[in-house]
Design a protein. Structure first.
Length: 574
C-alpha cells in the first residue's frame, strides 16, 4: 500500500473485454486530475483509467494469472517457468509482490480516487454517476477479495484522501464485511446487462451479484467445522522404476478439512444461505440475463462479451501496453498466422490425473484439450506430439497401441503423414484450448480474454450452497446443468459428502486454467492434504510439497519496511 500518483491514460481498452469502444482517442499525454474535467467523457475517463490497471500493470508483465494459478495440484508446466513460486517458495517473488499485493492495492487506490472525483461531478446524470461508482466499487471489492484470500488479515485503504498510509492489518471478517458492503451497493448502482445504457464488456449488476455469491461461499466453506469430509481423486503422478515409470492410477482419498484461519467465528450455514440467495438472484434474472453458452461457442473470440462471461479481462491484439501473456503461456504463438507450428509458449497445462477425472466423451477433454500439436523445432523432422499416453490416442497418432502392436484398421490414424510421439515430461501435458481463438495467433501479445467470473462458476456455487443447506436434490440439478453442457454423464448421487466432493471436483474440471483451483483447496481447508498427496512432485517434476506457511502468502518486504502499522509477517515467512 504505497501512495501513488494516480494517472489515467486516454487510451484504454474496453473494461474487461476486447471491445474497442474505449479505444478512440490518441494518448497524447498523461492526464492529471485538473485536466479530466466534469462531463460524461470525464466520468468515463476516470472509470477507464481504473480498469486499465488490470492490463497496464497486473496482466501486462505476465504475473497475472500466474500468481493465482501456478500453486495448485492439477496445474503444471516446466520448472523454469513455475520457478520458486511454483515450488512453494513465495518469499520475495515478484509475482506476489508486484502483481497481487501492489497490483490490487493500486487498483483500490485508483478506485478510491476515481470515486471521489465522480461523486463531486455536477454535469452528469444520476444514472451515469451511480453506474460509474458501482463499477469502481466492484473493482475495489474484487481487489480486496483477491488480497484477503491470499494474505488473510490485510489493511483497508482509506476511501478519503489522506497523507497517512500507515494502515494496520484488519481481521479477515472486517475485510469481508467491507467487500460485501461494496458489492451490495455496486449491484444496486450498476446497470444490468439488459439495460440499454449498459456497454457490452463492462462490469454490471450481475457481476456484483455473482461475485457476492462466490464471496459468501468462500466464507462459508472456510468456516465449516473441522473434520468435514471431502473426497478427492489424486495421488502420485508415476509408479514403477525411473527407467520404466508409468502413470499411476487415480486414488480416492478422504480428507478431513480444517477451519481456515480467520474464519473460525463465521456462521457457515447462514453464509451458505446468503450464497444461495445471491446465486438464485443471478439465475432467476433479477440482475440481468445470463445463459450457459453451447460448448462449441463458449471459447470463441466472438463470445467474449456473451452473458456467460460475467467478468473477464481483455487485451488489445499486438499492443505493447494493453497486453497479457494468456495466449502465449497456455497455447503458444505460431510461426505465422494459421501455421501448424508453435514458435514459442504453450507451456502451462493440467496433469494426467486431472485429465483422468473426466468421462470419455466429455467435451472438456475431447474438444477442450489439445491432442496433437507441433513445435517449430519439429518441422524439419516431420514430427509432433500427441496426448494423452493411452492406447486410444497412441493408435490414432501412430497406428500402434502402447504394447507396440500394429492396429490393422488405419481409418482412425492421424492421416497427415506426420510422425507423432509422446514425451513423458512438461512437453506433454493436458494443454487447454480455451485461449486459442484470437485475432492473430502468430504474435506474442494476442488478445485472449481471461475469465474472472463465469455463469458456470455461479451455478456450481449455487449447487454447493444448496448441498450444504441440506437441499441435495436441488443441488444436483444445477451441477448437472454444467455437466450436460459438456456431454458429461449426469450425476445421480445425493449423499451430502459424496455430492460435496463431486461439486468440488466439477469445479476443478469446469474452471481448469481459470485460476480457481488453489483458492478452492484453501477455502475448503484441504490445500495441504491435496498438495502433499502428490508425493512430492507432479507430472513435470515441479515440487508440490507444502507446509503450513504456504496457506498464506508473505507480506512483501517493502510493505513491512515502509508501513509502520505492520510489524510482523504471516507465519513461516521472514
Amino acid at each position: 500500500m504505497k501512495r501513488n500518483i494516480y494517472v489515467i491514460w486516454l487510451l484504454c481498452l474496453s473494461c474487461l473485454t476486447a471491445c474497442n469502444s474505449w479505444i478512440e482517442e490518441d494518448p497524447e499525454s498523461l492526464i492529471t486530475d485538473e485536466k479530466v474535467g466534469d462531463s460524461s467523457d470525464a466520468c468515463a475517463t476516470w472509470v477507464t483509467g481504473t480498469y486499465s490497471k488490470w492490463i497496464d500493470d497486473m496482466f501486462r508483465w505476465g504475473y497475472f494469472p500466474r500468481v493465482l494459478e501456478f500453486d495448485a495440484d492439477y496445474i503444471s508446466g516446466p520448472d523454469w517457468l513455475f520457478g520458486t513460486f511454483g515450488a512453494g517458495n513465495f518469499q520475495g517473488e515478484s509475482d506476489v509482490t508486484d502483481a497481487l499485493w501492489k497490483g490490487c492495492y493500486g487498483l483500490v487506490g485508483r478506485s478510491n480516487n476515481a470515486i471521489r472525483h465522480i461523486q463531486g461531478m455536477q454535469n452528469i446524470t444520476t444514472d451515469e454517476k451511480n453506474n460509474a461508482v458501482g463499477e469502481l466499487m466492484f473493482m475495489r471489492a474484487l481487489a480486496y477479495f483477491m488480497v484477503v484470500r491470499a494474505y488473510g488479515d490485510c489493511p483497508l485503504q482509506p476511501e478519503e484522501e489522506t497523507e497517512d498510509y500507515n494502515q494496520p492489518r484488519q481481521p479477515v471478517q472486517t475485510v469481508y464485511d467491507y467487500i460485501i458492503k461494496n458489492l451490495e451497493e455496486a449491484a444496486a448502482l450498476m446497470y444490468k446487462n439488459t439495460d440499454g445504457k449498459w456497454q457490452a464488456g463492462h462490469a454490471c449488476a450481475g457481476s456484483a451479484a455473482g461475485l457476492l455469491a462466490k464471496v459468501y461461499a468462500t466464507m462459508a466453506s472456510g468456516a465449516l467445522p473441522a473434520g468435514t469430509e471431502v473426497i478427492v481423486r489424486t495421488g502420485a503422478a508415476y509408479q514403477g522404476p525411473a527407467s520404466n515409470r508409468t502413470y499411476a492410477p487415480l486414488e480416492t482419498k478422504t480428507f478431513q478439512k480444517t477451519v481456515v484461519k480467520g474464519y473460525e467465528q463465521m456462521d457457515a450455514q447462514a453464509l451458505y444461505r446468503k450464497a444461495a440467495d445471491w446465486a438464485a438472484k443471478v439465475l432467476d434474472g433479477s440482475y440481468g440475463n445470463y445463459t450457459l453458452l453451447p460448448y462449441d461457442q463458449l471459447w470463441k473470440k466472438s463470445s467474449a462479451t456473451a452473458s456467460e462471461f460475467m467478468f473477464s479481462i481483455g487485451s488489445v491484439s499486438g499492443d505493447a501496453t494493453y497486453k497479457n501473456a494468456v495466449h502465449s503461456q497456455y497455447e503458444g504463438y505460431m510461426i505465422s498466422p494459421g501455421s501448424d507450428f508453435i514458435q514459442s509458449g504453450g507451456w502451462v497445462g493440467c496433469t494426467r490425473h486431472w485429465y483422468d477425472l473426466f468421462d470419455h466423451d466429455d467435451l472438456r477433454i475431447t474438444q477442450g484439450v489439445k491432442h496433437r500439436w507441433r513445435a517449430y523445432t519439429q518441422q524439419e523432422s516431420n514430427t509432433g506430439f500427441f496426448y494423452p499416453l493411452t492406447d486410444e490416442y497412441s493408435i490414432l497418432a501412430t497406428g500402434r497401441d502402447l504394447s507396440g502392436n500394429w492396429v490393422q484398421d488405419p481409418s482412425g490414424i492421424y492421416a497427415d503423414g506426420v510422425s507423432y510421439y509422446y514425451s513423458q515430461d512438461a512437453q506433454c501435458l493436458a494443454f487447454t484450448t480455451k485461449y486459442m481463438d484470437v485475432t492473430n495467433d502468430a504474435i506474442e501479445n494476442a488478445d485472449a480474454n481471461w475469465p474472472v467470473l463465469r455463469l458456470a462458476d455461479v451455478m456450481l456455487i449455487y449447487a454447493e450452497a444448496l448441498n450444504e443447506l441440506g437441499e441435495s436434490d436441488q443441488a444436483l440439478i444445477y451441477m448437472n446443468k454444467v455437466r450436460e453442457r459438456s456431454n458429461a454423464t449426469l450425476a445421480t448421487e445425493t449423499d451430502q459428502t459424496a455430492l460435496r466432493s463431486a461439486i468440488i471436483e466439477e469445479r476443478a474440471k469446469e474452471l481448469a486454467c481459470e485460476a480457481d483451483r488453489r483458492w478452492d483447496l484453501i477455502r475448503w481447508g484441504i490445500y495441504l492434504d491435496a498438495m502433499n498427496a502428490l508425493g512430492g512432485s507432479d507430472d513435470s517434476g515441479v515440487l508440490k510439497n507444502r507446509t503450513e506457511r504456504n496457506l498464506l502468502f508473505p507480506i512483501p518486504a517493502q510493505e513491512l519496511n515502509t508501513n509502520q502499522a505492520i510489524n510482523s509477517n504471516n507465519p513461516g515467512w521472514n
